[in-house]
Design a protein around this ligand. Structure first.
Ligand SMILES: [Zn+2]
Length: 114
């Protein structure tokens, strides 16, 4: 499960911050990732609960922002939100499209700590 290694790198980042800023406990953390990044929110939540035991982040609320998948059409110039990777512009039907959003890796945006 891909999520286990993601969570352990997030926990390492939290440890680094704690070392520098001296907080004791994490209340909540805000993460984001692209819709097409392959992160399963439920697996992530589960992995977090298991791996955060006995760490500063135990019991913290995990918030995950899913960034939409966006394709940009080179023909009509419009951006469209899609559910999966499309090879055709939903607006004009052209096939000259670029995927411009949705593949972002998991990122830690914010920590609320005590
Ligand atoms: Zn188009």
């Amino acid at each position: 499960m891909h999520e286990l290694s993601l969570v352990s790198s997030i926990l390492n980042i939290i440890d680094d911050y704690a070392g520098r800023e001296g907080f004791e406990h994490v209340n909540s953390l805000q993460l984001s990732c692209g819709k097409l990044s392959g992160v399963d929110p439920q697996c992530l939540q589960f992995a977090f609960e298991v791996q955060s035991k006995d760490t500063r982040a135990e019991g913290a609320i995990l918030k995950l922002d899913i960034l939409p998948a966006i394709i940009h059409c080179l023909n009509c110039g419009r951006n469209s939100e899609v559910d999966r990777i499309e090879i055709r512009c939903p607006e004009c039907g052209a096939e000259e499209v670029l995927l411009t959003g949705g593949t972002e890796e998991l990122q830690l945006l914010e920590l609320d700590v005590d």
